[in-house]
Each structure stands twice: as structure tokens, then as C-alpha cells.
Design a protein around this ligand. Structure first.
Ligand code: NIG
Ligand code: FE
Length: 429
């Protein structure tokens, strides 16, 4: 049973509302934690046996200084701190690194509840897109929303992700498909503190005659400005959107402009996205629901990270990506929500971890590494994803004495407190 005072802070004003930012303090001690659990090692991405290695410290503390982890250890080894330190009571709780969601589409207006209902009656995702719905229906709503609304929308989705333990998120554009709305989406993600990815080639909007013409236009008219905001570029390689040749042209131009490359590939069909990702040295290929044994073997001998999105497979009623086969073959993998209004309306990485363990046959240890240190690697962020001295002080305190409740408690209210850069940014009573 959880002690009544677990998770409470000392020396914080009683008027400070729960869930609001607490003031910055130079030092924070999270004490008396039942467990601190972190992916082991110091490199990324982790693969093979290293992906399963989680260091667990029982009866533990984490000491934070100016937004950075200063020390981690057993309470019995904690010496006198000798100066003013804010304390957070961790009794009954376990600490894991702040979660990293390396694949989301948060900059959208409207919803697709109607299409959800149509799919429940048998319509397919591909049929809805081919009929001008799907991504294109969200594009119409997003174009009409206005820049200020997009900023508010992305901030709202960021806060929802935060409540599920996500302290770092990537956010894609791809629902503008015109210059101004694509750039507004990227700005909204950046303003919300996310890592922006230009998904300029998500679908072909109706004002362009075909995918070739659209790619030419996007590279000439949007890429120069998008490259000033975004960190990476992404393309949806699929029948009915962009084929391998069109994707190669788009990605080569993006690489030339300095962007990291990512690909939505093998979601519905296997049309050559994995070889393209390897050829171009992409950072990741995301989805892989349709990937067969050759694709698994090719990825395993490459540096391309396979980003697995089990909610999208669940939501669209499609086969799960071959998570176990990828890990056993030695591929580097990450896990993400794919949060979007069409194929994965879910902000929760804990739910993704449950699906990883029950559907992809990963272990809780592999799931933890895949949505922390490996996901941070996908985003090019080496300062987070582990609870270790020198890392950014991003922590999630789980409302359970065993960190594996992260995956074990399906859709449970498992996130008690979220700390980002040493500040409590979310806390539930
Ligand atoms: O990753 N497949 C392409 N893009 C998104 C879905 C976008 C949408 O349906 O709005 C995905 O699943
Ligand atoms: Fe996606």
C-alpha cells in the first residue's frame, strides 16, 4: 500500500497547485524510492542482449542539480548534502527515465471520429484515403485552423503526453501540404518544445496533378524554409502516396539541406522502403508491420533504427510489426505512439509498452530501452534516456514499487509524477 505522503514535496509552497510547474531549485533530492530503473550502459542505440540490461537500484535516491542528474544510489549510501535541498518523497514509488516519444503527429485540427466509425463497419484505411478522406481530410481541417490554433493544439497534446510520462517528443508536420501550413506546424512543434520533423511527403494534396509534381514543388518551395526549423525529414512510402523513386528524390534533397532522414515504410505493403532507408543512411524506418524476413535481416546488419508503432497496428487491425524477430536478429529498435487522429489516437507510451510485451513479444526491459535511450538516439539526443549522472534530469515516478508496472498495468493510471529538467511538471494527487 502506498504511504499517504509518497510523492509529496517538502519546502514547496502549499499554495502551489498540483500539476503546475514548481519553481526552479538548484538541488532536488528524490528520496526513499522503492526502485530506480534505467537502461544500463552508456552507448546508443542498444541492440541484442544489451537491450535487455536494466540496472535496478532498490531503496534508492536520485539527486538533481540545476536540471542535471548529479548522483543516483542507495539511500544507505547517501551522505550529508550540507546545503538547502528540496526533497521529494519517493516512498512506494519507482523511478524510470523520462519517456521519449520519437514519432508523433500532434499538429492537426479536427478529428476523424466519423472514419473510425466507418472502419468499424468495414471500410479500410486505404479506401478512405483514396476517396479523399484520411490524411487529406485532416489536411483540410488543419489548413483552415490558423497558426495560433496550431500552437495551442500542439501544446495541449504535449501536455497530454506529459501526463503519460513523455518528457521529450518529436512532432511531424504533414497535414498542411502547402507551404504556410507546413511551416506553421513545424513552428508549433518547436514552440511546444518538441523536435520538429518535416513530413512534407505525407500525401499528395489535390491541387497537384500527381506525386512527382508535388515532390518537385515541395522541394523547391517548402524545403528551404522547413530545413531552417526541422531536424529531420520524413516520407510516407506506400502504394497510393509516394513510391521508392519519388521518396529517394525527396529524401536526397532533404539530406542535401542538412536534414536527418526518416521513412514511414512497410506499414501496409512492402514496396522497397527498407532497402531505400539503408541506401540513404536514414536514421530510422518507422512502422514495419509488413516487413518480411529479408527486411528484418537487412535492418539487423544496418544502423537504421526500426521504430515500432504497435498502436497503429492495433488501431487499424493489421498485423503487428516483427518486434521479437528484429531484436533477435540484432536490429536496433525504438517504440513510439505514432499519435495522430487517423491510425493511432493515443498519447500513451505506457500503453505502447504493454503492447510491446504482449503483442511484439518484447520483455519489459527491452520495451523500456526502446522508448528511452533508443528513442532519444533516433532524435539525436545523447543527454537523456538514462538515469545516470550527467544526464538531463527527466524522470517519471511510477505509482508502484516495481518499475515493470509501466508495461504490466494496461492503460493504468501508473504515472504519478513527471520531472523535466529537474522541475516537477506533472503530479497527480
Ligand atoms: O504513421 N501512415 C502515415 N501516417 C500516419 C497516419 C496519418 C493519418 O492517418 O492521419 C501513420 O500512421
Ligand atoms: Fe506516423
Amino acid at each position: 500500500m502506498r504511504p499517504a505522503r509518497a510523492g509529496s514535496t517538502c519546502r514547496v509552497s502549499p499554495r502551489e497547485p498540483v500539476g503546475r510547474r514548481t519553481p526552479a531549485v538548484s538541488r532536488l533530492l528524490v528520496r526513499d524510492l522503492a526502485q530506480v530503473a534505467t537502461p544500463a550502459g552508456a552507448t546508443a542505440p542498444l541492440r541484442g542482449a544489451a537491450l535487455r540490461e536494466v540496472d535496478v537500484v532498490e531503496d534508492a535516491y536520485v539527486l538533481v542539480h540545476d536540471g542535471t542528474i548529479e548522483a543516483v544510489g542507495r539511500m544507505g549510501d547517501l551522505g550529508s548534502l550540507g546545503e538547502e535541498v528540496e526533497e521529494l518523497d519517493g516512498r512506494g514509488l519507482s523511478a524510470i527515465p523520462g519517456l521519449v516519444d520519437c514519432h508523433t503527429h500532434p499538429a492537426f485540427a479536427g478529428d476523424r471520429a466519423n472514419e473510425f466509425a466507418l472502419r468499424a463497419r468495414g471500410a479500410t484505411y486505404e479506401e478512405l484515403l483514396a476517396a479523399g478522406g484520411g490524411i487529406l481530410s485532416t489536411t483540410r481541417a488543419t489548413r483552415a485552423a490558423g497558426d495560433a490554433a496550431l500552437v495551442e493544439i500542439v501544446a495541449r497534446h504535449r501536455d497530454a503526453m506529459l501526463a503519460h510520462g513523455t518528457t521529450t517528443f518529436e512532432g511531424k508536420s504533414g497535414y498542411g501540404l502547402d507551404r504556410d501550413t507546413e511551416l506553421a506546424q513545424l513552428e508549433a512543434v518547436r514552440e511546444a518544445g518538441g523536435v520538429p520533423t518535416w513530413l512534407g511527403a505525407h500525401a499528395v494534396p489535390p491541387e497537384h496533378p500527381d506525386a512527382d509534381a508535388y515532390v518537385d514543388w515541395a522541394v523547391e518551395h517548402v524545403l528551404p524554409d522547413a530545413a531552417r526549423i526541422a531536424v529531420a525529414a520524413d516520407v510516407f512510402v506506400e502504394q497510393g502516396t509516394f513510391d521508392v523513386e519519388q521518396a529517394r528524390r525527396y529524401l536526397l534533397a532533404c539530406r542535401e539541406a542538412g536534414l536527418v532522414l526518416r521513412i514511414h515504410g512497410d506499414q501496409l505493403s512492402e514496396i522497397g522502403a527498407v532497402p531505400l532507408a539503408i541506401e540513404l543512411g536514414a536514421r530510422s524506418i518507422d512502422h514495419l508491420e509488413a516487413t518480411g524476413p529479408d527486411g528484418v535481416a537487412a535492418l539487423a546488419s544496418s544502423d537504421v533504427v526500426g521504430v515500432l508503432l504497435p498502436v497503429a497496428a492495433l488501431y487499424l487491425g493489421r498485423p503487428m510489426p516483427p518486434g521479437r524477430a528484429l531484436v533477435d536478429a540484432g536490429a536496433a529498435i525504438a517504440l513510439a505512439t505514432d499519435f495522430n487522429p487517423g491510425s493511432a489516437f493515443c498519447e500513451s507510451l505506457p500503453v505502447v509498452c504493454t503492447l510491446a510485451c504482449t503483442q511484439l513479444r518484447l520483455t519489459p526491459e527491452e520495451a523500456l530501452a526502446a522508448c528511452t535511450v533508443n528513442a532519444a538516439h533516433v532524435l539525436g539526443l545523447a543527454d537523456r534516456g538514462r538515469i545516470a549522472a550527467g544526464h538531463r534530469a527527466d524522470l517519471v515516478l511510477l505509482d508502484a514499487p516495481d518499475w515493470r508496472h509501466l508495461a504490466y498495468h494496461l492503460a493504468g493510471d501508473v504515472v504519478r509524477t513527471v520531472i523535466r529538467e529537474g522541475r516537477v511538471v506533472h503530479s497527480r494527487a
